[in-house]
Design a protein around this ligand. Structure first.
Ligand code: ZN
Ligand code: ZN
Length: 270
């Protein structure tokens, strides 16, 4: 029995991640239009009606812009902190507030822990999902990280984290100074190097897979993100490193115990 982690897409034009256990289907963030969400879920043989609930990290449009529509069009409950819910004007009867560091149980087999992260003009959280004795972290949009975050993410079997920009490309790129400042500041986004340093603090032998998310289309390139991060974690990490682009879903990772080894073309009963 496993929980799969699948990014439906990641970047400044929309983010959403599907967590799927045998008993629950949960989205982390919903920054896509309804049509885009339907299309992306269809590639996994799912529809929005299959989704049990949605957790929101923060209110920025690329993460929460499509949340209220899920409530009004598909009756899907949304979980968010108070600031995020207010900013997005969520439907009160279909919204559950969570507090930072309060574990939220979903059904009988999944638990999700919101952990605060610094990100300008928002009350942003990263999430650590627990299933089958293992943990997956989904963390994006943060200008820096805290000891508290390191404590909760260290040793996770899967880590999805943003690698937003390459420092040189940002500084020599087209953005005006004020925007460069905001992106690289404490309240902005993580550079490839910062992501590498963060991962070096949290990766252990238990960490099997890493996904780099939310790469800037103007200020980053996949091979720069990958090589920079690997430079910092080479000694501790020998698992699967991938990059989630804007047009997913492309791949899934899993946590939890496999009941048996899956061979090609062999279906395992869950
Ligand atoms: Zn974002
Ligand atoms: Zn944001």
């Amino acid at each position: 029995m496993t929980m799969t982690i699948t990014h439906l897409g990641s970047g400044s034009r929309g983010n959403s991640t599907l967590l799927e256990t045998p008993r629950a289907k949960v989205l982390i963030d919903q920054g896509f239009s309804g049509a885009q969400l339907v299309k992306r879920l269809a590639r996994l043989q799912l529809t929005p009606d299959d989704i049990d609930c949605v957790f929101l990290s923060h209110h920025h449009g690329d993460h929460g812009g499509g949340a209220k529509m899920l409530q009004t069009k598909w009756n899907i409950p949304v979980l968010a902190n108070e600031r995020t819910a207010l900013e997005l004007d969520l439907v009160p009867e279909m919204t559950t507030f969570f507090e930072a560091l309060d574990l939220v149980k979903v059904g009988s087999d999944l638990a999700v822990l919101p952990v605060p992260v610094p990100h300008a003009g928002s009350d942003n959280v990263g999430f650590v999902a627990s299933y089958g004795g293992e943990r997956a972290a989904i963390i994006t949009d943060l200008g820096s990280w805290t000891e508290e975050l390191v404590t909760h993410v260290r040793g996770c079997e899967h880590i999805s984290v943003e690698a937003n920009y390459d420092h040189n490309r940002l500084m020599h790129g087209p953005y005006p100074y004020s925007l460069k400042d905001r992106i690289s500041g404490r309240g902005g986004h993580l550079s490839n190097e910062q992501t590498g340093r963060f991962l070096a603090e949290v990766c252990t032998e238990a960490t099997r897979s890493i996904t780099l998310m939310h790469l800037s289309e103007k200020n980053n390139l996949p091979h720069l993100a990958e090589s920079t991060v690997l430079y910092f974690i080479d000694e501790v990490f020998s698992g699967d490193l991938r990059i989630s682009g804007q047009n997913g879903p492309d791949f899934s990772h899993y946590i939890g115990q496999e009941s048996t080894v899956v061979k090609p073309n062999e279906k395992v009963a869950k």
